[in-house]
Design a protein around this ligand. Structure first.
Ligand code: NAD
Length: 479
């Protein structure tokens, strides 16, 4: 008898308990060796006053087992309730979201019969860091964080995933033609990492045209890795065009704990009627079995499920007259999968999962150190009269001490010197001050003090530095 792997299970809300019961039955029939701890999450926990939907004591279970199989939950209506997924992801450092998007043609309707794409989405950074400000009555801003270690972790995960699953190519989507510093770093780290995996092809697409290509010819892609926001949007697009939104599972991977679930919600209107399709959660559980290195059980479950789909045994949500042979409920679907344990599909491609070799530890992440030199400061000010020339006159004379006003922009477009009268201006302007050589922080602070004393409200400041001689900031448009 193999050693059982401890996992934490939560049955969730709505259809959650029914699809979890079906999933666990199938896992048991597959011979998966699991030692299950159960925790309560979701609506009842929220309504007991835990704003994240999880009891503090449940974290101990997650940290002990490091593996979480989670049914969907209902987030109560009204304010003050935090998303449990976001809390889990952030608290447990789940840096990778993995979503296989596969079409099951001709058994499930899709325009893309050959689609078999895995989206690997960075999960912790980007605009999702949630660092946002209202600068002035008219203008808000959010800070997009892309770090070297964060990017190294996700890109390396994508290549390791490709290697383990015998996939041939990893594609990166980003927008570094516009976001030269942030997406520029993502692209650079992708190139550096790709060079360490010569056995796997790599390619890069600007996200807009890449997304269009993916929506049109998804069979041209294999594994796609991308920053958080693009990944959030495009993983839904990919699941939708595969025709399998209701069937897709997903994994959130982190060192402290990995979480596996269906991508759909708790479908409260379908709850308690033996109607729901357990496939999304079951395929989430297959990802979990691979993660805990039980590939034999993963393969058995996945192939039996494919065979069930192929035999036309379908729940109401995927039932199609002429294609499906039998409309079943949640329990009957689970029984049909169990009945087919050990069988493989005939038309659909069977899956094969390999045991992961005792992994050679990955090389440490790059420790970055660069020679940093302070060059100046960007000062965002509130200037409701909107006249950039008057603002230049007012702040330009406050520079001094080796600093000079170099330019003023509005929403990234240069408006002084030599701005265009046609440029639309809001009430928030950025004034860039640069030093002749190296700037001194004390002098920059002195400048801020003088701007403040002149009665000009400062909304935000950003220091300007070079790193190994390269500017760590972009120029304004028109500069
Ligand atoms: P939903 O995914 O629950 O339902 C959308 C539609 O798909 C409904 O018509 C539903 O009946 C159907 N559906 C979903 N899963 C199904 C299944 N397994 N079998 C058959 N039909 C299925 O989305 P929603 O209605 O927008 O959200 C309902 C609740 O779920 C909300 O409280 C939301 O916050 C929550 N939610 C939770 C998660 C999660 O826990 N990961 C994710 C998304 C939504």
């Amino acid at each position: 008898m193999p050693t059982k792997t401890p996992i934490t299970v939560a049955h969730g809300d709505g259809i959650g308990p029914e699809i979890m019961a079906a999933t666990l039955q199938i896992l048991e029939a597959s011979g998966a060796a699991l030692d299950i701890e159960t925790i309560e999450i979701g609506e009842k926990v929220y309504l007991r006053g835990n704003s994240s939907g999880i009891e503090p004591s449940s974290w101990a279970s997650l940290l002990r087992t490091k593996v979480f199989l989670k049914a969907p939950i209902t987030t109560p209506q009204g304010g003050g309730f935090k998303s449990l997924n976001v809390t889990t992801r952030k608290t447990l450092g789940q840096y990778a979201n993995v979503r296989p998007c596969v079409s099951y043609h001709p058994f499930i309707d899709t325009k893309h019969p050959g689609m078999d794409v895995v989206i690997v989405r960075e999960n912790e950074e980007d605009l999702y860091a949630g660092i946002e400000y209202q600068l002035t009555p008219e203008v808000t801003a959010g800070i997009k964080i892309i770090s070297r270690p964060g990017t190294e972790k996700i890109v390396r995960y994508a290549f390791e995933y490709a290697r383990l699953h015998n996939r041939k190519k990893v594609t990166c989507f980003a927008k570094d033609n516009i976001m030269k510093v942030t997406d520029g770093l993502f692209h650079k780290v992708f190139n550096e990492t790709a060079a360490k995996y010569p056995d796997i092809q790599n390619e890069f697409w600007i996200v807009d045209i890449g997304a269009a290509k993916m929506a049109d010819s998804p069979e041209a892609f294999d594994v796609i890795v991308m920053p958080n926001l693009y990944g959030d949007i495009l993983s839904d697009v990919a699941a939708q065009i595969a025709g399998s939104v209701g069937l897709a599972g997903s994994a959130n991977i982190g060192e402290a704990c990995a979480m596996f679930e269906a991508i759909h919600g708790s479908a409260p209107r379908r709850a308690g009627q033996n109607l729901a399709n357990p496939s999304g959660l079951l395929l989430g559980a297959v990802l979990m079995l691979v993660h805990i290195n039980q590939p034999e059980a993963a393969e058995q479950v996945h192939n039996a499920w494919l065979r069930t789909i192929e035999d036309g045994v379908h729940t109401y949500d995927i039932f199609t007259e002429g294609v499906s042979t039998k409309k079943v409920g949640t329990r009957e679907f689970a029984a049909a999968v169990i009945e087919r344990m050990g069988q493989k599909p005939n038309t659909l491609k069977p899956v094969a999962y390999a045991r992961r070799p005792a992994a050679a530890p990955l090389a440490a992440l790059t420790v970055s150190s660069s020679a940093m030199e302070l060059k100046g400061i960007d000062v965002f000010v509130y200037w409701p009269s909107r006249d950039p020339n008057a603002l230049a006159a007012a702040v330009g004379k406050l520079a001094g001490e080796g600093l000079s006003l170099q330019m003023i922009d509005n929403r990234g477009v240069k408006v002084w010197p030599a701005g265009m009268a046609e440029t639309f201006c809001t009430d928030s302007f950025r004034c860039r001050f640069l030093a002749d050589g190296q700037a001194e922080m004390g002098r920059l602070i002195g400048l801020l003090q003088r701007i403040h004393e002149a009665g000009i409200p400062i909304a935000m400041t950003e220091t300007l530095r070079t790193f190994d001689g390269q500017p760590g900031f972009t120029l304004a448009q028109g500069q």
